[in-house]
Design a protein around this ligand. Structure first.
Ligand code: SF4
Length: 334
């Protein structure tokens, strides 16, 4: 089964909000929605390779449910028609804000066969949300999550550690609360300073210090471990270059082209530490990991193995065992 997503950028020209990290107001006009959503989707589906047997149509880039119903319908109607006509299209997903979710809106989405709703929760601290000018509270997120789940949609939460006023405690609290809300999946985007944003002005004036890459990878790896232990899918960690309007859009903060990989390496390092605790110094140990996960276990330039070797005074080798699942590690003596 090969999964693919057809992304449709829906600009949020009508967004009345002004989140400090978002450049949508200042870049308004540089990103355009498809002129004819129906034609855009039809042509994207036609170009899909036969390899894909499970395809999502994903409306992203703004707060979809902030659009008027006729505007939403202009996107959802062709998506629903294609879904009925082509068995490969199994999902229609969209992203929005917690305060743009009501029973009336969810009834409307259901009538077009929408399957997943992604909410920009960002933080569960009201202080952080206010400092980021999100314009909604953590209670709005809780209400929206409960409604979305009651309607039977797949629920995905987006979480942005490192916002203004965030502290290690507020980040831990947000991770715990998101975990308690039991979404089906999460996307974690550590806050980066994008040029042409209020956050960038704050940063340049010395009023905001973003997380470093290592710090952000550590936070994300801990969050991922907790979410995975609760069966919550990790759909994305870190921005990709393709998420940026321009290659030079980032002014500062934890942007790294392989941020997800760095986070995965941290998870392996922490898990291996737990597994190796109590190992006799001088022992030669082989760590077994899932197929294709050797580089994540070894870390950048073998850094994880060097750290573990020095901490435990042991010699380490890594091999793959196709029977193991991702992030599962077993050990044998050499
Ligand atoms: S992040 Fe979303 S809600 Fe905030 S200003 Fe940007 S488009 Fe609007």
């Amino acid at each position: 089964m090969r999964h693919a997503s057809i992304p449709v950028f829906v600009p949020h020209l009508a967004c009345p909000n002004d989140c400090v990290f978002c450049n949508q107001r200042r870049i308004a006009g540089t990103q355009r929605p498809p002129e004819d959503p129906s034609e855009f989707l039809r042509s994207a589906v036609q170009k899909l390779s036969d390899r894909f047997t499970e395809v999502d149509i994903a409306f992203f880039g703004g707060s979809f449910t902030g659009l008027s119903k006729p505007e939403m319908a202009a996107y959802l109607r062709p998506a629903a028609e294609l879904r009925r006509a082509d068995g490969r299209i199994t999902g229609i997903r969209l992203s929005t804000r917690p305060d743009y979710i009501t029973p009336d809106i969810l009834d409307f989405l259901l009538s077009y066969g929408v399957t997943a709703v992604e909410l920009g929760a960002q933080s569960m601290s009201d202080e952080v949300l206010a400092a980021s000018r999100r314009g909604h509270t953590a209670a709005d997120t809780v209400r929206a999550c409960e409604l979305i789940k009651a309607y039977g949609f797949e629920l995905v939460l987006q979480f942005m550690p490192g916002l203004p006023q965030d502290t290690p405690q507020s980040i831990d609290y947000t991770v715990r609360r998101i975990n308690e809300l039991r979404p089906d999946g999460v996307r974690i985007y550590p806050c980066v300073v994008i040029k042409d944003t209020a956050l960038c002005d704050m940063y340049l004036a010395g009023g905001f210090t973003p997380l470093g890459v290592d710090e952000a990878a550590d936070i994300c790896s801990r969050a991922c471990e907790l979410f995975m232990s609760s069966g919550i899918k990790i759909l994305r960690v870190g921005l990709h270059s393709s998420d940026l309007v321009r290659d030079d859009s980032v002014a500062a903060g934890p942007f790294h082209p392989a941020f997800g990989e760095l986070t995965a390496q941290r998870i392996y390092l922490r898990r291996a530490r737990r597994l190796l605790s109590g190992t006799r110094r001088g022992e030669h140990v082989k760590l077994l990991v899932a197929k294709g996960h050797t580089s994540k276990m070894c870390g950048q330039h073998g850094q994880n193995l060097r750290i573990l070797g020095a901490e435990f005074g042991i010699r380490l080798k890594v091999a793959e065992d196709p029977a193991l699942k991702e992030y599962q590690i077993e050990r044998t003596s050499i």
